[in-house]
Design a protein around this ligand. Sequence first.
Ligand code: AMP
Length: 271
Amino acid sequence: MKIFKDKHSLRKEILKTKGISFIPTMGGLHKGHISLIKKSKKFKFKTLVSIFVNPKQFNKRSDFRSYPRNTKIDIKKLKKLKINYLYIPTFKDIYGFKPKKKVFLDKFSKKLCGKFRKGHFEGVLNVVNRFIEIIKPKYIFLGKKDYQQLYLIKKHIEKRKIKSKIIECKTIRENNGIACSSRNSNLDKNQKKIASNIFYYLSDLKKKMKKKYILFNINKIKKDLVNLGASKIDYLENYNVDSFKKIKKPNSKFNLFFAYHIKNTRLIDNI
Ligand code: AMP
């Protein structure tokens, strides 16, 4: 595994290859990231993982500061996985140039997380656009855990006629049901139990919605989540996963999208 800290040496190296499969991450690597990497290794191109905690996608400085970082352990994990390249850029390496393409931000960026984290998706698209320009990957592997992010990156790529293809990867969960996330390391045992109870409660609810073909009173469900131990609910909404339109009746394609807080930790998921 070769490690790069600047785009010029990285570009020099990858120009020699036939193509790159790219997995962008913010580090704090867990089973979710590892599943993306393992999938990428099944494709014919070399695997490049990036670790960059992008300050521009955090709407609160305190959230950026407390985001879990553990580069030493991450490097060990990546070596074991035998990836080809690891790119750990500095802020200047990413933001010290003007990208050729302008970011396209679909209007869906104003919904769900976009409503509660002002500037978040602008920050995500900004950094992804820059990574794409530096790496020019053939494939980009993204997790469905962050479905809204995945959708918006896809729209940007389509609109700007970028040649990279998105590979959608399924959500990996802990044994207790909660989606693997770097932020889970900020939860104590009791908080993990709360998150697990919320996951099972919402999974059951979705099953009931599909079986009985009815929508439940979302405000009542939000109250139930607070009773289960959530400190605050940002949103809980049903969307069709292809069109990203709100559903009027539960059909086979909808997912429940939710974001909530347990004390200082914000968790997002969709089931
Ligand atoms: P992050 O480091 O949180 O920015 O995530 C990097 C990539 O890993 C994104 O494409 C995420 O959607 C994906 N990812 C994060 N958690 C999971 C998970 N539990 N299952 C699958 N993919 C995930």
